[in-house]
Structure formats: C-alpha cells, structure tokens
Design a binder for this molecule. Structure first.
Ligand code: PMT
Length: 396
C-alpha cells in the first residue's frame, strides 16, 4: 500500500515522541521511504540516533549541517514528500503552522510542502481543549491539513482526558486513507496522453522516426490513472507494457495519431502531448523496396499535421499540456510552442541536460505556464509525471 511512497515525518517536543519510533517502523515496514525532521526540543524526548536507525536516514534538525555548512533544503524536502506527517504535533507547533511562523526546519518544510499534510496532536487535556488550540486546529483544517484526532486516556500530567497522540497503528491507517484519497482526485475525468515516436514509412522496409521510447508518456498515463482518471494512451511503437487501468490505442504515423486524438478530444477533459511526432513525412511511400543506385537519393518530405495545435484550437475549457524537446534557445522555443499550440502549460526538456530526454528513466524539466515557470531537479520520469498531474489538477 505504501510501497515507494515518500513520507516526511516531523517530530515535535512532546512526550508522545517515544511513539514516533514505532510509527516510523510501521511506515517503513509498509514499504514507505521515511525521512525525519525534528524540532530542536524533540531531541530531548527521543534521540536522533533512534530515529536515524528506524528510518534508515540521517535526521534533519537544523537549516544547515553545522559540521560542513551543507544546506538542508526545506524546499527539496517539501518537493520530495508524498505526505508530510507531523506526529506528535504540539499545541505550539500547530499554532505556528496556523499563522505561518517558520522558525525551524520542521515549519519551513510545512510552508514548502506541496503534498497533503497531516498532524497527530499530542498535549495535556486542558491545552487541547483551550479555545486557542481549537481555533488553530480549525484554521489548519481550513488550510487542508488532515488532523488525526488524539485519544483519551492517561496523560503525562497524570490527568486523564483527551490529548494522547493517536496510536501508531491508527496513524498508519490515517496515512493510507489520505494517500488513497489523493489517488482518487481525478475520478470521473478522462484524459488523452500521446506517447512514443511516430513512424513515417519510406518504403515497405524503411522509415523515418526518432529516439522516443514512450517512457515519459507512459509515466504520465500511469500517474493520471493512479489518481482515478480514465486514460486513453495514444501510443507510437514502444516495447513498454500498458500501465494498469489504461486503455491503449496503437498508432504508427503522425497522421494516425492525429486522427485518433481528434476523434476523442471533444469527449475528454484534456490531453497531455508527450509523443515525439514527426514534423515531416515522405510525400509518397514506395510500394516496393527502393533499390540503391550509384547516385545520391532525395526523398521529398511534406509537413505532417500538428496534432497539439489542432487540439489547441478546439480546446475550450479542457486542459492541454505539451512537451518541448529542445537543443538550443530552450526557453524561447518552449514559450513559442506554448503560445502557438495554445497549451495551458508546457514541459521543457533539453537534450543538453544530463539525465533528461529520450530513453532513460529520469528527466530534468521546467514546467512553464503563462503565470510562472518552475525548474525541477533530476527526477524519475514517474516523479516528473506526478508533478505534471499536480499541475493538471491546479488547472482543473
Ligand atoms: O519517450 P521518452 O524516451 O521517455 O522521451 C521523452 C520525450 C523526450 C520524447 C518527451 O519528454 C518529449 O519531450 N516529448 C515531446 C517531443 C517533441 O516532439 O517535442 P516538439 O518540441 O517537437 O513538439 C512540441 C509539442 O507538440 C509536443 O507536445 C509534441 O507532442 C507536439 N506535437 C509536435 C508535432 C506534431 N506534428 N504534433 C504534435 O502534437
């Protein structure tokens, strides 16, 4: 259920921090990768060594490593996480979250997080019941933060009442439910995704094509389907398996891809154009294998139809995203394509960047729309796909 999920576990200064080790172990056992960020006070309640051991990663507390000055980037943590879980969350930390105070790494990570955030409050019963705490929790709820309700029982103060952090097993169930909810955010929506290379025949044995493997487009299709969307993947030739829950339509040429896309676009909620489509195709296709002679040969090429531009002209309220594969003047060319094809956003990848582009499992992209642009670090194509789907959700 949590396999491959990135969970950022925040620990604040509460006696309930002793349960965080068990919680972390449960998350890791369920398949999640867990990174732990602690407030300075939390270290008084559970040691970084314990948390580093159970999470299998060094613990983050300070903005930088005092030994070597290395920066602990809260922005990167916020980008990395699929879920930010703060357990235990003290009244003090929740008050700061509710008002946007950012005076430690745990809080700056909260302000940078793009993923769902959950808190498991832990405090004395009177602190929990206090109008200020309740007001702050209400604010957090309005801000979209999930609250894993505390239980009732013996408290560190010796009193009995509501304020005990939920048990690790209950928090694990809440984490699963939150991630499942995120998954279903596109239920009822239908998207087209183009992927792979088109093939433009010259004769029965030769063709013009390119290096696209389809991996980027298949990752986008998979990420959309994982969030509950119905996905039609219009795919050039590839050796990839059809992602779970995705309908694949196989095509060969740019003309075939154009036809299949145009036919389906009106009934969809949008499209992501990942395919590397031939801009030119042989003007005629020889019926028999072309024989070589002594002189050079010329093949006359004619323009293919621009699929993205055709869909862009009929876009209406649908979301249309495209890619730009560039080798020079990257920004300028991508901006030009965004406008000409009437994309809502374009994903720029450059062949000049190591780890980006064709065939590999990673990409380095800049997401560009009319308001802003965002450079992402080297990521797996699946992670890039998640970010693209986040963007689509924002447009919807
Ligand atoms: O498949 P992989 O090996 O994983 O590689 C991924 C990728 C490099 C192919 C992918 O990330 C990518 O950049 N795809 C777009 C490649 C491309 O053809 O870009 P372009 O700049 O030529 O085209 C701009 C946009 O118009 C693209 O969205 C393209 O799909 C679309 N287009 C182009 C021509 C055409 N006739 N019809 C189109 O729809």
């Amino acid at each position: 259920m949590l396999k491959g999920k990135h969970i950022l576990l925040g620990i604040t200064g509460s006696i309930a921090a002793y349960k965080s080790a068990v919680l972390c172990r449960l998350l890791v056992t369920a398949g999640a990768e867990v990174r732990v960020v602690m407030t300075p006070l939390a270290k008084q309640f559970i040691t970084p060594l314990t948390m580093a051991t159970v999470s299998q990663h060094p613990i983050l507390v300070d903005f930088f490593n005092p030994e070597n000055g290395e920066w602990n980037s809260h922005v990167k943590l916020g980008e990395w996480a699929d879920l930010y879980l703060i357990a235990p969350a003290t009244a003090n930390t929740m008050a700061k979250m509710a008002t946007g105070v950012a005076d430690n790494l745990l809080l700056t990570s909260y302000l940078s997080a793009r993923c769902p955030v959950a808190v498991a409050p832990a405090m004395d019963l009177d602190m929990y019941a206090h109008v200020a705490t309740q007001r702050n929790m209400e604010q957090l709820r309005k801000d979209g933060v999930h609250i894993v309700e505390p239980g009732s029982g013996f408290l560190a103060s010796g009193l009995v009442g509501k304020g005990r952090m939920a048990e690790p097993e209950q928090i694990l169930e809440a984490v699963k439910a939150i991630l499942a909810e995120k998954k279903k955010s596109l239920e009822g929506k239908h998207f087209l995704v183009t992927a792979g290379a088109t093939i433009e025949p010259i004769d029965p044995v030769r063709f013009i094509s390119n290096h696209s493997s389809g991996k980027m487009g298949y990752a986008v299709a998979e990420a959309l389907a994982a969030r509950g969307a119905r996905v039609t993947l219009i795919s050039g030739r590839t050796s990839l398996d059809v992602p779970q829950g995705v309908e694949r339509v196989d095509v060969l040429s740019a003309e075939d891809m154009w036809r299949e896309c145009v036919e389906r676009f009106a009934a969809s909620d949008g499209a992501v154009m990942c395919a590397a489509v031939a801009d030119y195709t042989p003007a005629t296709v020889a019926e028999q294998k072309l024989k070589k002679g002594d002189s050079d040969m010329r093949i006359e090429l004619r323009r293919t139809k621009d699929i993205a531009a055709t869909l862009g002209a009929e876009k209406g309220g649908r979301v249309l995203g495209g890619f730009a594969m560039e080798t020079e003047n990257e920004q300028q060319n991508a901006q030009g394509k965004l406008e000409r094809k009437n994309f809502d956003f374009i994903v720029l990848n450059s062949l000049r960047t190591e780890g980006a582009g064709f065939r590999g499992d990673t990409n380095v992209v800049t997401l560009i729309d009319r308001e802003c642009q965002e450079e992402l670090p080297l990521m797996s194509k699946r992670e890039v796909a998640e970010r693209i789907v986040d963007k689509i959700e924002n447009f919807l």
